[in-house]
Ligand binder design. Structure first.
Ligand SMILES: C[S@@+](CC[C@H](N)C(=O)[O-])C[C@H]1O[C@@H](n2cnc3c(N)ncnc32)[C@H](O)[C@@H]1O
Length: 376
């Protein structure tokens, strides 16, 4: 059997169950605890997870875990782990850290100790007498201590996985790509059904929907730190990219539209979609929500309208929500999914949601209001 490693997929609060679902779909057995999804997998899972996970923030390699209440325990526990297996003689390995509810609360000290322990171990195992050059590939190490339990991980992703590489322009409050993908995956939308984002801004939700609709791996247009790690064979990367190419269904027809009141944003959305390799697959148009008309049955409206954070904006956003309610009223087969932090959304929209789900958009607590169409 191929060598097994332990991977951790991190995700925004509230989205762990979706990440676990994605991990399972890739063929691994996820366990969810403390907001992170952990699973054992062969090394080939590193390229596959980085390429395919749409909702995870990062994929980390778990090097080891142990209890530590003193700096000595932290040093010895770190040194006991097989670092030489993962970091070569010239590897660059900055250490970052965090500590929550633990005896060892000084993060800079913990980082320094972990760094020292890894240096000692590597010099011993690689047989080096002098300073390590650290002029090779980047291997970012993180020490994370939660209630005295130390987890040491290495970041296989590099830039966060929300950085798909297609966003060349953005508006004022763009959604993270990982969150936009989550909003689509929390619905039952199928690529055959009409899809409208009436508040598309820079186009993140329609673009993520199109990637999902054509089964395009979200990481296809970017690189990852672990592509430069010498213990992951190039073949694993080529196999993963070939698999992604094989599974993409570029012939899948889509009926996705993105509208926004601001024509500048509509232009940006269209440019982002081209950068994502979607060409003119998505229909972009400048339009205010009150002018929206719905055609066909069983369509989906998925959007992230303005929230009206400032008191003065409250009347304006209520009017927008009311207009959306008026537009959808005569279309009982349509499904409507709206993410907003505005607590009286349902009153303004004119109907109680079938279901609500609390989600964090960055640090803002929002609700995902879900109205199921009659065909559901
Ligand atoms: C929170 S932003 C959406 C961000 C978007 N999801 C993204 O990722 O870039 C809300 C958008 O609603 C648009 N908007 C505001 N009032 C509108 C209206 N009456 N009709 C349509 N769009 C409107 C704004 O121009 C803005 O782009």
């Amino acid at each position: 059997m191929a060598e097994q490693i332990t991977l951790v997929a991190t995700a925004a609060m509230g989205l762990e169950s979706l990440v676990a679902r994605e991990v399972k779909a890739l063929g691994y057995e996820p366990e969810t605890e403390n907001g992170r999804v952990t699973f054992k997998a062969p090394i080939s899972a590193i390229p596959r997870c980085n390429l395919w996970l749409r909702v995870a923030d990062r994929v980390k390699l778990l090097v080891g875990e142990f209890e530590a209440k003193t700096f000595d325990e932290l040093f010895e526990g770190t040194k006991a782990l097989p670092w030489e297996r993962f970091i070569p003689e010239d590897g660059k390995f900055p250490v970052t850290g965090k500590s929550v509810k633990s005896e060892l609360y000084s993060v800079p000290d913990c980082q320094a100790i972990v760094k020292k322990a890894i240096v000692e171990k590597l010099k011993l195992k690689h047989g080096m007498a002098n300073r390590m050059p650290e002029n090779g590939a980047l291997h970012k190490v993180e020490v994370s201590i939660l209630k005295d339990k130390v987890s040491l991980t290495m970041d296989t992703s590099g830039a966060g996985l929300h950085k798909r590489g297609y966003r060349i322009g953005q508006g004022e409050a763009p959604l993270k790509e990982t969150m936009a993908a989550a909003l689509v995956m929390l619905t039952n939308w199928k690529p055959e059904a009409p899809f409208i984002d009436p508040f598309c801004g820079s186009g993140t939700i329609p673009i993520e929907a199109a990637l999902i609709g054509q089964n395009i791996a979200p990481g296809f247009n970017r690189s990852f730190d672990s592509e430069n790690w010498n213990w992951i064979r190039n073949k694993h990367w080529t196999d993963a990219f070939n698999e992604a190419e094989d599974l993409a269904n570029y012939d899948q027809e889509l009926h996705i539209s993105g509208y926004d009141i601001d024509h500048k944003l509509v232009d940006i959305a269209s440019e982002n979609a081209i950068e994502a390799g979607l060409g003119d697959l998505i229909t972009w148009k400048q339009m205010q929500v009150s002018d929206l008309t719905l055609q066909g049955e069983g369509g989906y409206i998925i959007g992230n309208p303005p929230y009206g954070e400032r008191l003065a904006d409250s009347e304006r956003v209520q009017q927008i929500y009311r207009q959306l309610g008026d537009v959808t009223k005569g279309h009982p087969t349509w499904n409507v999914y709206i993410l907003t932090a505005f607590s009286e959304f349902e009153e303004a929209y004119g109907k109680e949601a079938t279901k609500k789900r609390k989600l964090f958009n960055g640090f803002i607590e929002t609700n995902y209001y879900q109205y199921f169409g009659e065909s559901e």
